[in-house]
Design a protein around this ligand. Structure first.
Ligand SMILES: NC(=O)C1=CN([C@@H]2O[C@H](COP(=O)(O)OP(=O)(O)OC[C@H]3O[C@@H](n4cnc5c(N)ncnc54)[C@H](OP(=O)(O)O)[C@@H]3O)[C@@H](O)[C@H]2O)C=CC1
Ligand SMILES: O=C(O)CCC(=O)C(=O)O
Ligand SMILES: [Mg+2]
Length: 416
Protein backbone atom coordinates (compact mmCIF):
# COMPACT_ATOMS: atom_id res chain seq x y z
CA UNK A 1 0.00 0.00 0.00
CA UNK A 2 1.24 3.49 -0.82
CA UNK A 3 2.33 5.78 2.03
CA UNK A 4 3.93 8.60 0.08
CA UNK A 5 1.98 11.84 0.11
CA UNK A 6 2.76 13.79 -3.02
CA UNK A 7 2.75 17.55 -2.31
CA UNK A 8 -0.03 19.26 -4.25
CA UNK A 9 2.00 22.44 -4.79
CA UNK A 10 5.05 20.89 -6.49
CA UNK A 11 6.10 19.57 -9.89
CA UNK A 12 8.38 16.76 -11.03
CA UNK A 13 11.91 17.36 -12.26
CA UNK A 14 12.38 15.70 -15.66
CA UNK A 15 15.46 14.69 -17.64
CA UNK A 16 16.08 15.89 -21.22
CA UNK A 17 17.46 13.61 -23.92
CA UNK A 18 20.95 15.09 -23.43
CA UNK A 19 20.86 14.27 -19.71
CA UNK A 20 20.27 17.85 -18.53
CA UNK A 21 17.47 18.56 -16.05
CA UNK A 22 14.21 20.46 -16.42
CA UNK A 23 13.81 22.00 -13.00
CA UNK A 24 10.43 23.63 -12.32
CA UNK A 25 10.25 26.57 -9.91
CA UNK A 26 8.75 24.32 -7.21
CA UNK A 27 10.40 20.91 -7.72
CA UNK A 28 9.23 17.97 -5.62
CA UNK A 29 12.27 16.61 -3.78
CA UNK A 30 11.86 13.27 -1.99
CA UNK A 31 13.74 12.88 1.29
CA UNK A 32 14.45 9.94 3.60
CA UNK A 33 14.75 11.16 7.17
CA UNK A 34 17.20 8.40 8.11
CA UNK A 35 17.76 6.30 11.23
CA UNK A 36 19.55 7.35 14.41
CA UNK A 37 20.57 11.01 14.15
CA UNK A 38 18.50 11.33 10.95
CA UNK A 39 15.68 12.60 13.16
CA UNK A 40 17.96 15.45 14.33
CA UNK A 41 19.81 16.50 11.18
CA UNK A 42 17.16 16.12 8.46
CA UNK A 43 14.67 18.74 9.75
CA UNK A 44 17.56 21.16 10.29
CA UNK A 45 18.84 20.57 6.75
CA UNK A 46 15.35 21.26 5.36
CA UNK A 47 15.02 24.48 7.36
CA UNK A 48 18.44 25.75 6.24
CA UNK A 49 17.83 24.91 2.58
CA UNK A 50 14.37 26.49 2.62
CA UNK A 51 15.88 29.66 4.11
CA UNK A 52 18.62 29.79 1.47
CA UNK A 53 16.20 29.24 -1.41
CA UNK A 54 13.77 31.82 -0.07
CA UNK A 55 16.54 34.37 0.44
CA UNK A 56 18.09 33.73 -2.98
CA UNK A 57 14.89 33.82 -5.02
CA UNK A 58 12.47 35.81 -2.88
CA UNK A 59 9.57 33.40 -3.33
CA UNK A 60 10.06 32.73 -7.06
CA UNK A 61 11.46 29.29 -6.29
CA UNK A 62 10.87 26.83 -3.47
CA UNK A 63 11.24 23.13 -2.76
CA UNK A 64 8.20 20.90 -2.25
CA UNK A 65 9.67 18.30 0.12
CA UNK A 66 8.14 14.83 -0.06
CA UNK A 67 8.89 12.29 2.64
CA UNK A 68 9.71 8.78 1.44
CA UNK A 69 10.70 5.89 3.68
CA UNK A 70 13.57 3.48 4.12
CA UNK A 71 15.09 1.74 7.15
CA UNK A 72 13.48 1.82 10.59
CA UNK A 73 10.80 4.38 9.72
CA UNK A 74 9.84 2.32 6.64
CA UNK A 75 9.57 -0.83 8.75
CA UNK A 76 7.14 1.02 11.04
CA UNK A 77 5.18 2.54 8.16
CA UNK A 78 5.08 -0.45 5.81
CA UNK A 79 4.50 -3.29 8.32
CA UNK A 80 8.06 -4.53 8.54
CA UNK A 81 9.25 -3.67 5.03
CA UNK A 82 12.62 -1.89 5.43
CA UNK A 83 13.08 -1.25 1.75
CA UNK A 84 9.70 -0.45 0.15
CA UNK A 85 9.40 -0.73 -3.62
CA UNK A 86 7.59 2.61 -3.81
CA UNK A 87 10.60 4.34 -2.24
CA UNK A 88 12.84 3.08 -5.04
CA UNK A 89 10.23 4.06 -7.62
CA UNK A 90 9.97 7.58 -6.16
CA UNK A 91 13.76 8.11 -6.21
CA UNK A 92 13.80 7.07 -9.87
CA UNK A 93 10.71 8.96 -10.82
CA UNK A 94 11.52 12.25 -9.11
CA UNK A 95 15.18 12.17 -10.33
CA UNK A 96 16.77 14.17 -7.46
CA UNK A 97 16.45 13.22 -3.79
CA UNK A 98 18.30 13.32 -0.48
CA UNK A 99 18.64 10.89 2.41
CA UNK A 100 19.80 10.72 6.01
CA UNK A 101 21.93 7.79 7.20
CA UNK A 102 20.56 4.26 7.53
CA UNK A 103 21.61 1.57 10.01
CA UNK A 104 23.37 -1.61 8.92
CA UNK A 105 23.98 -4.42 11.43
CA UNK A 106 27.57 -5.75 11.64
CA UNK A 107 28.21 -9.45 11.06
CA UNK A 108 24.74 -10.92 10.66
CA UNK A 109 21.35 -9.37 9.88
CA UNK A 110 20.32 -7.66 6.66
CA UNK A 111 22.74 -6.14 4.17
CA UNK A 112 23.25 -2.39 3.92
CA UNK A 113 20.19 -0.47 2.74
CA UNK A 114 22.53 2.33 1.66
CA UNK A 115 24.43 -0.02 -0.59
CA UNK A 116 21.17 -1.59 -1.80
CA UNK A 117 19.84 1.83 -2.86
CA UNK A 118 23.03 2.48 -4.82
CA UNK A 119 22.93 -0.92 -6.48
CA UNK A 120 19.21 -1.07 -7.25
CA UNK A 121 19.31 2.38 -8.84
CA UNK A 122 22.75 1.81 -10.40
CA UNK A 123 24.05 5.00 -8.78
CA UNK A 124 27.56 4.13 -9.85
CA UNK A 125 29.33 7.32 -8.79
CA UNK A 126 29.77 8.25 -5.15
CA UNK A 127 31.08 11.80 -5.29
CA UNK A 128 32.53 13.14 -2.06
CA UNK A 129 34.20 16.56 -2.11
CA UNK A 130 36.56 17.31 0.76
CA UNK A 131 37.52 20.91 1.51
CA UNK A 132 38.37 22.91 4.57
CA UNK A 133 36.20 25.69 5.99
CA UNK A 134 38.21 28.46 7.60
CA UNK A 135 38.28 28.05 11.37
CA UNK A 136 37.33 24.37 11.51
CA UNK A 137 39.53 22.52 14.02
CA UNK A 138 41.82 20.01 12.30
CA UNK A 139 44.47 17.52 13.43
CA UNK A 140 46.80 18.65 10.62
CA UNK A 141 48.88 21.83 10.36
CA UNK A 142 47.67 22.99 6.98
CA UNK A 143 44.11 21.78 6.41
CA UNK A 144 43.67 24.56 3.82
CA UNK A 145 45.80 22.43 1.48
CA UNK A 146 43.11 19.75 1.37
CA UNK A 147 40.82 20.29 -1.61
CA UNK A 148 39.99 16.95 -3.19
CA UNK A 149 36.97 15.36 -4.81
CA UNK A 150 36.64 11.61 -4.44
CA UNK A 151 34.91 9.61 -7.16
CA UNK A 152 34.25 6.29 -5.46
CA UNK A 153 33.02 3.43 -7.63
CA UNK A 154 29.66 2.62 -6.09
CA UNK A 155 28.36 -0.55 -7.74
CA UNK A 156 31.10 -3.20 -7.62
CA UNK A 157 33.99 -4.46 -5.48
CA UNK A 158 33.33 -6.34 -2.27
CA UNK A 159 30.22 -4.19 -1.74
CA UNK A 160 28.47 -6.52 -4.18
CA UNK A 161 27.89 -8.57 -1.03
CA UNK A 162 28.90 -11.90 -2.57
CA UNK A 163 30.17 -13.75 0.47
CA UNK A 164 29.47 -16.87 2.46
CA UNK A 165 29.78 -17.50 6.17
CA UNK A 166 32.46 -19.88 7.43
CA UNK A 167 31.24 -23.43 7.97
CA UNK A 168 28.15 -23.17 5.74
CA UNK A 169 27.52 -25.60 2.90
CA UNK A 170 27.81 -22.67 0.47
CA UNK A 171 31.24 -21.57 1.75
CA UNK A 172 32.47 -25.17 1.74
CA UNK A 173 31.18 -25.68 -1.81
CA UNK A 174 33.01 -22.59 -3.08
CA UNK A 175 36.20 -23.61 -1.26
CA UNK A 176 35.96 -27.12 -2.71
CA UNK A 177 35.50 -25.68 -6.20
CA UNK A 178 38.47 -23.37 -5.77
CA UNK A 179 40.75 -26.12 -4.51
CA UNK A 180 39.66 -29.00 -6.70
CA UNK A 181 38.74 -27.30 -9.96
CA UNK A 182 40.79 -24.10 -9.92
CA UNK A 183 43.93 -25.56 -8.35
CA UNK A 184 43.95 -23.01 -5.51
CA UNK A 185 46.46 -24.05 -2.85
CA UNK A 186 46.68 -20.93 -0.78
CA UNK A 187 43.62 -21.01 1.44
CA UNK A 188 45.42 -21.20 4.75
CA UNK A 189 42.59 -22.73 6.86
CA UNK A 190 40.10 -24.24 4.40
CA UNK A 191 38.11 -26.11 7.03
CA UNK A 192 36.43 -23.12 8.61
CA UNK A 193 36.78 -20.16 6.33
CA UNK A 194 34.45 -17.35 5.21
CA UNK A 195 34.69 -16.52 1.52
CA UNK A 196 34.04 -13.24 -0.33
CA UNK A 197 34.14 -12.35 -4.01
CA UNK A 198 35.39 -9.02 -5.40
CA UNK A 199 33.98 -8.26 -8.86
CA UNK A 200 35.65 -5.37 -10.73
CA UNK A 201 34.76 -4.93 -14.40
CA UNK A 202 36.12 -2.96 -17.32
CA UNK A 203 32.72 -1.39 -17.95
CA UNK A 204 32.18 -0.46 -14.30
CA UNK A 205 35.64 1.04 -13.99
CA UNK A 206 35.55 2.96 -17.24
CA UNK A 207 32.20 4.63 -16.63
CA UNK A 208 33.43 5.82 -13.22
CA UNK A 209 36.77 7.12 -14.49
CA UNK A 210 35.05 8.74 -17.48
CA UNK A 211 32.81 10.71 -15.10
CA UNK A 212 35.76 11.70 -12.93
CA UNK A 213 37.77 12.90 -15.95
CA UNK A 214 34.81 14.88 -17.28
CA UNK A 215 34.44 16.51 -13.86
CA UNK A 216 38.18 17.33 -13.88
CA UNK A 217 37.68 19.10 -17.21
CA UNK A 218 34.42 20.85 -16.31
CA UNK A 219 35.72 22.12 -12.98
CA UNK A 220 39.14 23.02 -14.42
CA UNK A 221 41.02 20.87 -11.89
CA UNK A 222 44.71 19.96 -12.20
CA UNK A 223 44.92 16.20 -11.93
CA UNK A 224 43.16 12.90 -11.55
CA UNK A 225 44.69 10.21 -9.35
CA UNK A 226 43.69 6.55 -9.68
CA UNK A 227 43.96 4.99 -6.22
CA UNK A 228 44.24 1.18 -6.11
CA UNK A 229 45.98 -1.76 -4.46
CA UNK A 230 46.98 -3.29 -7.78
CA UNK A 231 50.31 -4.62 -6.57
CA UNK A 232 48.41 -7.21 -4.51
CA UNK A 233 45.02 -7.57 -6.25
CA UNK A 234 46.30 -7.55 -9.79
CA UNK A 235 43.20 -8.48 -11.75
CA UNK A 236 40.76 -6.30 -9.81
CA UNK A 237 42.55 -3.25 -8.39
CA UNK A 238 45.43 -3.46 -10.87
CA UNK A 239 42.95 -3.75 -13.73
CA UNK A 240 41.11 -0.69 -12.36
CA UNK A 241 44.29 1.37 -12.79
CA UNK A 242 44.98 -0.06 -16.26
CA UNK A 243 41.43 0.55 -17.46
CA UNK A 244 41.48 4.02 -15.93
CA UNK A 245 44.61 4.96 -17.87
CA UNK A 246 43.03 3.43 -20.99
CA UNK A 247 40.04 5.78 -20.73
CA UNK A 248 42.37 8.76 -20.33
CA UNK A 249 44.41 7.78 -23.40
CA UNK A 250 41.70 6.45 -25.69
CA UNK A 251 38.80 8.77 -24.88
CA UNK A 252 40.53 11.96 -23.71
CA UNK A 253 43.65 11.81 -25.89
CA UNK A 254 46.11 11.65 -23.00
CA UNK A 255 49.78 11.16 -23.94
CA UNK A 256 52.27 9.18 -21.85
CA UNK A 257 54.64 11.15 -19.64
CA UNK A 258 58.22 9.77 -19.71
CA UNK A 259 57.04 6.44 -21.12
CA UNK A 260 54.01 6.17 -18.80
CA UNK A 261 51.89 4.98 -17.17
CA UNK A 262 51.30 8.57 -15.99
CA UNK A 263 49.83 10.59 -18.80
CA UNK A 264 48.42 14.04 -19.48
CA UNK A 265 46.12 15.93 -21.80
CA UNK A 266 45.04 19.51 -22.30
CA UNK A 267 41.72 20.64 -20.88
CA UNK A 268 39.72 21.32 -24.07
CA UNK A 269 38.01 24.29 -22.40
CA UNK A 270 40.95 26.06 -20.80
CA UNK A 271 44.07 24.57 -22.40
CA UNK A 272 45.43 23.70 -18.96
CA UNK A 273 47.39 20.46 -18.62
CA UNK A 274 45.56 17.70 -16.71
CA UNK A 275 47.83 14.99 -15.29
CA UNK A 276 46.47 11.47 -14.82
CA UNK A 277 48.48 9.48 -12.29
CA UNK A 278 48.08 6.59 -9.88
CA UNK A 279 49.00 5.89 -6.28
CA UNK A 280 48.80 2.63 -4.35
CA UNK A 281 46.08 2.86 -1.70
CA UNK A 282 48.18 2.44 1.46
CA UNK A 283 50.71 5.03 0.27
CA UNK A 284 47.81 7.33 -0.54
CA UNK A 285 46.79 7.37 3.12
CA UNK A 286 50.19 8.85 3.92
CA UNK A 287 50.20 11.16 0.89
CA UNK A 288 46.95 12.86 1.86
CA UNK A 289 48.48 13.71 5.23
CA UNK A 290 51.94 14.74 4.08
CA UNK A 291 51.39 16.16 0.59
CA UNK A 292 47.69 16.97 0.21
CA UNK A 293 48.28 19.84 -2.22
CA UNK A 294 49.44 17.34 -4.85
CA UNK A 295 46.06 15.63 -5.08
CA UNK A 296 42.91 16.93 -6.65
CA UNK A 297 40.31 14.62 -8.22
CA UNK A 298 40.55 10.99 -7.09
CA UNK A 299 38.99 7.95 -8.78
CA UNK A 300 39.01 4.76 -6.76
CA UNK A 301 37.28 1.50 -6.01
CA UNK A 302 34.40 1.15 -3.59
CA UNK A 303 36.20 0.05 -0.41
CA UNK A 304 39.21 2.33 -0.90
CA UNK A 305 36.80 5.21 -1.45
CA UNK A 306 34.92 4.40 1.74
CA UNK A 307 38.12 4.44 3.82
CA UNK A 308 39.63 7.41 2.03
CA UNK A 309 36.54 9.60 2.37
CA UNK A 310 36.39 9.22 6.15
CA UNK A 311 40.17 9.68 6.51
CA UNK A 312 40.14 12.83 4.40
CA UNK A 313 37.06 14.15 6.17
CA UNK A 314 38.95 13.86 9.47
CA UNK A 315 41.65 16.18 8.10
CA UNK A 316 39.13 18.95 7.54
CA UNK A 317 37.03 18.61 10.67
CA UNK A 318 35.47 15.16 10.62
CA UNK A 319 32.59 13.27 9.04
CA UNK A 320 30.17 15.67 10.74
CA UNK A 321 30.64 18.05 7.78
CA UNK A 322 31.58 15.71 4.93
CA UNK A 323 28.97 15.75 2.13
CA UNK A 324 28.27 13.34 -0.71
CA UNK A 325 26.19 12.38 -3.72
CA UNK A 326 25.29 9.07 -5.34
CA UNK A 327 24.84 9.54 -9.08
CA UNK A 328 23.84 7.65 -12.18
CA UNK A 329 23.51 9.28 -15.58
CA UNK A 330 19.99 10.38 -14.65
CA UNK A 331 19.26 9.92 -10.97
CA UNK A 332 20.95 11.71 -8.05
CA UNK A 333 20.61 10.73 -4.39
CA UNK A 334 22.48 13.06 -2.03
CA UNK A 335 23.57 11.83 1.39
CA UNK A 336 25.84 12.55 4.31
CA UNK A 337 29.14 10.63 4.48
CA UNK A 338 28.64 9.65 8.12
CA UNK A 339 26.33 7.04 9.63
CA UNK A 340 23.52 7.01 12.17
CA UNK A 341 25.72 7.71 15.25
CA UNK A 342 23.11 5.90 17.40
CA UNK A 343 24.48 7.05 20.75
CA UNK A 344 23.53 10.64 19.87
CA UNK A 345 20.16 9.91 18.25
CA UNK A 346 17.32 12.22 19.27
CA UNK A 347 19.52 14.45 21.43
CA UNK A 348 19.57 17.48 19.10
CA UNK A 349 23.34 17.39 19.48
CA UNK A 350 25.23 16.34 16.37
CA UNK A 351 26.54 18.44 13.51
CA UNK A 352 24.00 18.74 10.70
CA UNK A 353 26.74 20.15 8.42
CA UNK A 354 27.28 16.99 6.42
CA UNK A 355 23.64 16.75 5.33
CA UNK A 356 23.39 20.54 4.83
CA UNK A 357 26.43 20.48 2.54
CA UNK A 358 25.03 17.43 0.73
CA UNK A 359 21.95 19.54 0.08
CA UNK A 360 24.23 22.36 -1.06
CA UNK A 361 25.60 19.94 -3.69
CA UNK A 362 22.00 19.17 -4.57
CA UNK A 363 21.19 22.85 -5.10
CA UNK A 364 24.13 23.13 -7.52
CA UNK A 365 22.91 19.99 -9.29
CA UNK A 366 19.58 21.79 -9.80
CA UNK A 367 21.44 24.85 -11.09
CA UNK A 368 20.36 26.85 -8.04
CA UNK A 369 23.86 28.18 -7.43
CA UNK A 370 22.74 31.41 -5.73
CA UNK A 371 21.04 29.41 -2.98
CA UNK A 372 24.04 27.07 -2.75
CA UNK A 373 26.37 30.07 -2.26
CA UNK A 374 24.17 31.27 0.60
CA UNK A 375 24.42 27.87 2.30
CA UNK A 376 28.22 28.01 2.09
CA UNK A 377 28.22 31.60 3.34
CA UNK A 378 26.00 30.61 6.27
CA UNK A 379 28.19 27.63 7.18
CA UNK A 380 31.37 29.70 6.94
CA UNK A 381 29.83 32.46 9.04
CA UNK A 382 28.60 30.13 11.77
CA UNK A 383 31.98 28.39 11.99
CA UNK A 384 34.02 31.61 11.96
CA UNK A 385 31.80 32.99 14.73
CA UNK A 386 32.67 29.80 16.67
CA UNK A 387 29.01 28.98 17.26
CA UNK A 388 29.33 25.27 16.62
CA UNK A 389 28.14 21.79 17.61
CA UNK A 390 29.95 19.59 20.17
CA UNK A 391 32.33 17.98 17.66
CA UNK A 392 33.94 21.33 16.79
CA UNK A 393 33.40 23.01 20.15
CA UNK A 394 35.51 20.43 21.99
CA UNK A 395 38.49 21.27 19.75
CA UNK A 396 38.08 25.04 19.41
CA UNK A 397 39.29 27.63 21.90
CA UNK A 398 36.58 30.06 22.95
CA UNK A 399 33.79 28.37 21.01
CA UNK A 400 30.14 28.54 22.01
CA UNK A 401 28.41 25.16 22.11
CA UNK A 402 25.28 24.97 19.97
CA UNK A 403 22.75 22.21 19.59
CA UNK A 404 22.09 20.69 16.16
CA UNK A 405 19.03 22.90 15.62
CA UNK A 406 20.67 26.02 17.09
CA UNK A 407 23.63 25.54 14.73
CA UNK A 408 21.11 25.47 11.87
CA UNK A 409 19.75 28.81 13.11
CA UNK A 410 23.29 30.22 13.16
CA UNK A 411 23.82 29.09 9.56
CA UNK A 412 20.61 30.85 8.53
CA UNK A 413 21.60 33.98 10.47
CA UNK A 414 24.96 34.17 8.68
CA UNK A 415 23.35 34.00 5.23
CA UNK A 416 22.43 37.66 5.68
N1 LIG B 1 25.51 6.23 4.30
C1 LIG B 1 25.04 5.79 5.45
O1 LIG B 1 23.85 5.83 5.71
C2 LIG B 1 26.00 5.25 6.44
C3 LIG B 1 25.52 4.44 7.43
N2 LIG B 1 26.38 3.93 8.38
C4 LIG B 1 25.77 3.11 9.43
O2 LIG B 1 25.67 3.93 10.62
C5 LIG B 1 25.75 3.09 11.78
C6 LIG B 1 26.76 3.65 12.78
O3 LIG B 1 28.06 3.59 12.17
P1 LIG B 1 29.39 4.12 12.84
O4 LIG B 1 30.50 3.32 12.32
O5 LIG B 1 29.20 4.28 14.30
O6 LIG B 1 29.64 5.55 12.18
P2 LIG B 1 28.94 6.95 12.36
O7 LIG B 1 29.35 7.78 11.21
O8 LIG B 1 27.48 6.80 12.58
O9 LIG B 1 29.55 7.54 13.72
C7 LIG B 1 30.91 7.45 14.08
C8 LIG B 1 31.33 8.66 14.85
O10 LIG B 1 31.49 9.76 13.96
C9 LIG B 1 31.11 10.96 14.56
N3 LIG B 1 29.94 11.49 13.86
C10 LIG B 1 29.14 10.88 12.96
N4 LIG B 1 28.20 11.70 12.52
C11 LIG B 1 28.40 12.88 13.12
C12 LIG B 1 27.74 14.15 13.08
N5 LIG B 1 26.70 14.38 12.28
N6 LIG B 1 28.21 15.14 13.86
C13 LIG B 1 29.27 14.94 14.65
N7 LIG B 1 29.94 13.78 14.75
C14 LIG B 1 29.50 12.77 13.98
C15 LIG B 1 30.78 10.62 16.02
O11 LIG B 1 32.04 10.68 16.69
P3 LIG B 1 32.25 11.02 18.27
O12 LIG B 1 31.51 9.98 19.04
O13 LIG B 1 33.72 10.94 18.41
O14 LIG B 1 31.72 12.39 18.50
C16 LIG B 1 30.32 9.18 15.88
O15 LIG B 1 30.39 8.47 17.09
C17 LIG B 1 26.09 1.68 11.29
O16 LIG B 1 24.88 0.96 11.24
C18 LIG B 1 26.62 1.93 9.88
O17 LIG B 1 26.44 0.83 9.07
C19 LIG B 1 27.71 4.27 8.40
C20 LIG B 1 28.23 5.09 7.43
C21 LIG B 1 27.43 5.62 6.34
O1 LIG C 1 25.91 1.28 4.43
C1 LIG C 1 26.53 1.37 5.47
O2 LIG C 1 26.08 0.95 6.53
C2 LIG C 1 27.87 2.04 5.48
C3 LIG C 1 28.12 2.84 4.24
C4 LIG C 1 29.30 3.70 4.34
O3 LIG C 1 30.15 3.57 5.18
C5 LIG C 1 29.45 4.78 3.38
O4 LIG C 1 28.58 4.98 2.53
O5 LIG C 1 30.44 5.51 3.44
MG1 LIG D 1 31.72 5.06 4.98
Amino acid sequence: MGHIQVPANGEKITVNADGSLNVPSTPIIPFIEGDGIGVDITPVMIKVIDAAVSKAYGGDKSIAWMEIFCGEKAAETYSGDWFPAETLEAIKDYVVSIKGPLTTPVGGGFRSLNVALRQELDLYVCQRPVRWFSGVPSPVKEPNKVDMVIFRENSEDIYAGIEWKAGTDEANKVIKFLREEMGVKKIRFPENCGIGVKPVSEEGTKRLVRKALQYTIDQDRDSLTLVHKGNIMKFTEGAFADWGYEVAREEFGAQLIDGGPWCSFKNPNTGKEIVVKDVIADAMLQQILLRPAEYDVIATLNLNGDYLSDALAAQVGGIGIAPGANLSDEVALFEATHGTAPKYAGQDKVNPGSLILSAEMMLRHLGWNEAAELVVKGMEGAIEAKTVTYDFERLMDGAELKSCSAFGEEVIKHMA
